[in-house]
Write a protein that binds this ligand. Structure first.
Ligand SMILES: Cc1cc2nc3c(=O)[nH]c(=O)nc-3n(C[C@H](O)[C@H](O)[C@H](O)COP(=O)(O)OP(=O)(O)OC[C@H]3O[C@@H](n4cnc5c(N)ncnc54)[C@H](O)[C@@H]3O)c2cc1C
Ligand code: SF4
Ligand code: SF4
Length: 1020
């Protein structure tokens, strides 16, 4: 039995007192200091880990003022803060030991859109892609681009002065910020923007913090101008913290403090919002994807491409796109980046032409492709070009960029313990030196025998490199330091800088060397804003006058030093939880994307794949420190039977008040919310499969505590359901009685129990030519006779609650010239897996797999109707049974139909009149990314038009939506994701592949939606 575990770290009483006082002071946002909340913000995408004292989530700018003002009271004068947005920083910029002020949860308001002037005000927590989605109807967008645009906030983008693809034309964030609204450390709310003349004088004459800031920055910017111009490199990517070069315009004597805030990495003030300028959406966009025989060829060709007046040139090496090929994302680009026959593609350049003059941009693209044709046609082509493809459809362009944007995350999916990590991942050198610089960079990495993937914005000289290191090995931490120092020197040699795009963070220690005598001026700027070193201390610089505090260092405490406390076998076994690298893709705001429904609904980072992985990691570590060997605990559970002693121990643990602080409860809370929809298992670049480690956690957790009563039903539901399905009318009547509903809810924890099918499955089958499979008889048939059959693999739920779908499958198969042989029901076990009954699941999987392997030997296709149940045979079965699972294949309905397209005849024109709308099950879309394309093709073969609808989860996810504890969440997810679809499309033409999804629609809309096979069975 696992022990009770206590979180290691306690909260400083002064901080606790502050949180309590803040609560009493009418702070409208959230104040959280549970261990799980603190852990959720202890990491970002960097290698570092810091546990804060707590997290505050202001609701609005008044909350920020309130929090800062309270912190200026004498008893709280020593309190320190770090602002945080999406937490996607790659160098620990938002990590702190003190208070995290997270402005991303609530401060998401967009206001004062002025379409004519092309400006808008965004609160600090607004996500860039969300803004662009809102203003798209006005033909506008915020142009600086970044890979994390679907989760990074304006607060973070301003503070890191973000930019990316297209930066030569679209610039950096700072170039589009008109004014910044911020709360200073004295609690005042100010707006910084360009000021000159009398207004500037008035600002400087103020006897307050704002006045001091104006005076200090003005004097430095003016007096040190020459030195500033000499020190700041002349690069498209100017650097973060503090931009003394652009803060002052000597020609107009204008001071714009917002330019200092941009790139300050949250070390000067709390940004509450900003007025930004917007750009018209280009009317023309096209891409040329050029393929090369080597990465070097791609790099050396880049300057020629920039000369072609392209918007951007991005280079990707073969390591990165080989990883992309193994990811779900490849499915959307494989036709756009095809292999070149008989050639090895070892690098690509993605060249974009975009603008508002279609003819001009079109001609630019044409002259590039003409020159590529000449290069390809010429004998002795020396550029290493082996082919190219173009795309002009917006959806294709976006698909290529989605692949490119996912590239950093994909690097984290490398095999083995060494993982590509961020610490030299955004160097910049003048573009003309890039190829030579990279050669030396590669030699450096090769001399340490490191693997790496590379890609970058070659038009502006930015290179993204993540060398693979295993930071659980202390020796590799030393390698990190050596390489880091060497890269600083190498970038300096080529006139560049180490932090060219993602900010400085823990690389702040290189600041003094880089800035030389100017560094003291940075410290004076910091002192004007933050003399007490209270906001994001240690980053960028320490305030002038403070000689005790230190800068953060590359050598500071890394996540590896915690992870290495988990035994290596456990790390390997829980690979998914341990390898989450915090890139934050699971915080994607987009409701039509499958990942992650619970995070999107609750806005709580703990309730995301990253949150769940982080808590599991910490739980494994604390288990180990408490002397519990998780793997042997699992083994013991596998081997043990029911024990009265163990039962009474569980009763006692559950009732014992001393156990309320067990950290396992916090982990369970986040696991209970998860729908097990599996979106993370495929959409996360490193395949963090939460349902997998969640089941293992629950298995262990319930070895110590009592399960909810409903779990007993869940465990046996597949056995019991077929018996209940024999008397559907009786059961439906009983289940409809108010007292029964009450007991079902109170005792078992279930609500809205679905109605059983009447007529029953057996009755419906009797009216068809299907037969129940007789293995001996089938074995006796000739191969030709068997070829006429298809085997239907039933699942308990579809057969009992949606029997008509199965009957319709039989009709469809018959129309396609096949006879259906129905397999007897065998437990699938998915529900046991979800509730963490691992031993029972393994047993069910073993027995079912043995039987299915025998049936598979007949050589007749086996088909399942429900996607989640069918995919369980491929996924969970493989994980639990390993090689002993055998080779049996249960096809998804769409897979079988695709294999038999020649048996589908087009329907008459009269029947083909309608358009249908497909809403596929999320597990199916995740594990079978071709689902939409497959069904569209099947319908097209039948002469029918099918439109796939991009929707997130329906909220039902098997039993999840029927549990009392989840029902409100389940309904809310439905209202957010599915309900709007039925406002847009007529429900009678909407189709859903999942039984749970159809059940959820029945519950919420009181209407039936069909499975797509039912349309075919009716119309064919
Ligand atoms: C996979 C990956 C790809 C990336 N690609 C790019 C890229 O293409 N281009 C690019 O520029 N960056 C990139 N980044 C880095 C990062 O995503 C960006 O810098 C992003 O803008 C950070 O935004 P955030 O909301 O996540 O900020 P956070 O990480 O939360 O914070 C970043 C900094 O901003 C400060 N901050 C946040 N909010 C506030 C506020 N309200 N007031 C004051 N300070 C605040 C924090 O203290 C911290 O110093 C990438 C990161 C990852 C993981
Ligand atoms: S769970 Fe996946 S997507 Fe989310 S932060 Fe971790 S690695 Fe990134
Ligand atoms: S299974 Fe679904 S709900 Fe659970 S963490 Fe993964 S994406 Fe989120």
């Amino acid at each position: 039995m696992i022990p009770k575990i206590n979180p290691e770290s306690s909260i400083d009483p002064v901080y606790l007192n502050y949180f309590n006082r803040l609560k009493d002071a009418n702070f409208l946002g959230d104040i959280e200091y549970s261990y799980s909340s603190r852990l959720a913000v202890a990491t970002d995408n960097s290698v570092y880990q810091r546990l804060p004292q707590g997290v505050i989530f202001p609701k609005n700018r008044d909350d920020v003022v309130l929090a800062v003002k309270l912190a200026s009271e004498p008893e709280f004068a020593g309190l320190k803060f770090a602002p945080r947005g999406g937490g996607t920083g790659t160098n620990g910029q938002s990590l702190t030991d003190w208070i995290v002020m997270d402005l991303s949860r609530h401060m998401r308001d967009i206001r004062e859109l002025n379409v004519n002037e092309r400006t808008v005000f965004v609160e600090a927590g607004v996500i860039k892609d969300y803004l662009n989605q809102q203003i798209k109807p006005h033909g506008l967008f915020f142009s600086p681009e970044l890979s994390t645009s679907n989760r990074a906030t304006f607060g973070g983008m301003i503070s890191n002065d973000s930019s990316g693809q297209g930066s030569l034309k679209y610039g950096k964030t700072s170039q589009h910020v008109l004014t910044v609204e911020a709360v200073l450390l004295d609690g005042s709310l100010v707006t910084f923007g360009p000021v000159s003349g009398e207004a500037l004088q008035a600002k400087m004459n103020q006897e307050n913090m704002e006045g001091r800031i104006y005076r200090t920055v003005y004097n430095i910017a003016k007096e040190k101008r020459e030195e500033i111009l000499k020190t700041f490199p002349d690069l498209n990517r100017f650097l973060t913290g503090y931009d003394l070069k652009h803060v002052y315009n000597p020609e107009t004597d204008t001071l714009d403090i917002s330019r200092i805030i941009c790139g300050a990495e949250g070390t000067l003030c709390f940004i509450t919002g900003a007025r930004i300028d917007l750009t018209p959406i280009p009317s023309y966009r096209s891409l040329v994807v050029i393929k090369y025989d080597s990465f070097d060829s791609a790099l050396r060709h880049a300057p020629v491409l920039v000369e072609a007046n392209a918007l951007s040139v991005e280079t990707v090496d073969s390591k990165v796109f080989n990883l992309a090929k193994q990811d779900i994302v490849w499915h959307s680009v494989k036709e756009l980046i095809k292999e070149v026959p008989d050639k090895t593609m070892d690098g690509i350049n993605i060249v974009e032409f975009a603008g508002w003059d279609n003819e001009l941009e079109g001609s630019r693209m044409k002259s590039l492709t003409d020159s590529l044709d000449r290069d390809l046609g010429a004998s002795g082509n020396t550029r290493g070009i082996i082919g190219y493809q173009t795309c002009t459809e917006l959806k294709d362009i976006l698909a290529v960029y989605a692949m490119r944007k996912k590239a950093v995350g994909l690097l984290g999916n490398a095999e083995g313990d060494a993982k590509p990590i961020a610490f030299t991942e955004d160097t910049v050198v003048p573009p003309k030196h890039l190829a030579d610089y990279i050669q030396e960079f590669r030699a450096l990495l090769d001399s340490h025998n490191l693997t790496y993937g590379m890609f970058g914005h070659v038009d502006s000289g930015v290179l993204h490199v993540r060398p693979a290191l295993d930071l659980c090995n202390p020796e590799q931490e030393k390698t990190l330091r050596e390489i880091s120092d060497a890269v600083v020197a190498l970038t300096a040699k080529y006139g560049g800088i180490m932090w060219g795009e993602h900010g400085r963070g823990y690389r702040a220690e290189y600041g003094p060397e880089f800035f030389g005598s100017l560094f003291v001026e940075l410290r004076k700027v910091k002192a004007a804003f933050d003399p007490g070193n209270r906001i994001n201390p240690g980053k960028i610089c320490v305030p002038f006058g403070n000689d005790t505090d230190k800068l953060v260092s590359v050598d500071d405490t890394k996540r590896g030093s915690f992870d290495r406390q988990i035994p290596v076998e456990v790390r390997h076994s829980f690979r998914a939880a341990v390898s989450c690298n915090g890139n934050g893709l699971c915080f994607n705001f987009d409701k039509t994307a499958p990942m992650c429904p619970t995070y999107k609904l609750l806005g709580d980072r703990r309730q995301s794949p990253k949150g769940r992985a982080g808590l599991t990691r910490e739980w494994l570590r604390l288990m180990q420190l408490d002397g519990a060997d998780v793997l042997s605990e699992e083994k013991k559970l596998d081997e043990s039977g029911f024990s009265l002693k163990a039962f009474f121990e569980k009763v006692s643990n559950t009732l014992n008040g001393d156990n309320v602080n067990d950290f396992s409860h916090e982990v369970r809370n986040v696991m209970d919310c998860c729908l097990a929809c599996k979106a993370c298992a495929s959409a996360c670049p490193v395949k963090v499969d939460v349902p997998d480690f969640r089941s293992r956690f629950l298995n262990l957790y319930f070895s110590r505590y009592l399960r909810p009563a409903g779990d007993i039903l869940v465990k046996n539901i597949e056995q019991v359901t077929p018996y209940m399905a024999k008397v559907p009318r009786l059961l439906n009547a009983v289940n409809g009685l108010a007292p029964v509903k009450f007991i079902t809810k109170k005792l078992w924890g279930f609500v809205d129990v679905p109605v059983m099918s009447y007529p029953t499955f057996n009755t419906l089958v009797k009216s068809t030519d299907a037969e129940y499979l007789d293995l001996d008889r089938m074995n006796g048939l000739s191969a030709e006779e068997r070829g006429k059959y298809v085997i239907l693999v039933q699942d308990a739920f579809t057969s009992a609650y949606d029997a008509k779908v199965i009957a319709d499958f039989i009709v469809l198969a018959s129309k396609m010239g096949r006879k259906v042989a129905i397999l007897p029901l065998k437990p699938n076990g998915k529900v046991m897996h979800i509730r963490g009954y691992m031993k029972e699941f393994a047993r069910a999987a073993r027995s079912t797999a043995d039987f299915f392997n025998q049936v598979y030997g007949l050589g007749i296709p086996m088909v399942g109707i429900d996607p989640a149940m069918t995919l369980c045979y491929r996924d969970e079965y493989r994980k639990i049974l390993g090689d002993s699972r055998g080779d049996f294949v249960v096809q998804l309905t769409q897979e079988w139909l695709l294999d038999n397209l020649d048996s589908i005849r087009p329907v008459s024109a009269e029947k083909a009149g309608h358009e249908y709308y497909l809403m596929a099950h999320c597990t199916q879309k995740s594990l079978k990314p071709t689902t939409h394309a497959d069904w569209t093709r099947i319908f097209a073969t039948a002469g029918l038009k099918l439109v796939p609808v991009p929707v997130g989860c329906c909220g039902m996810a098997g039993l999840y939506g029927h549990l009392k504890a989840n029902v409100e969440r389940s309904k809310e997810i439905y209202r957010e994701n599915w309900a709007p679809v039925f406002k847009k499309y007529p429900i009678e033409y909407c189709l859903a592949t999942g039984y749970s999804c159809r059940e959820q629609v029945r519950r919420m809309e009181e209407k039936n939606v069909l499975h797509p096979l039912q349309v075919l069975s009716t119309l064919l």
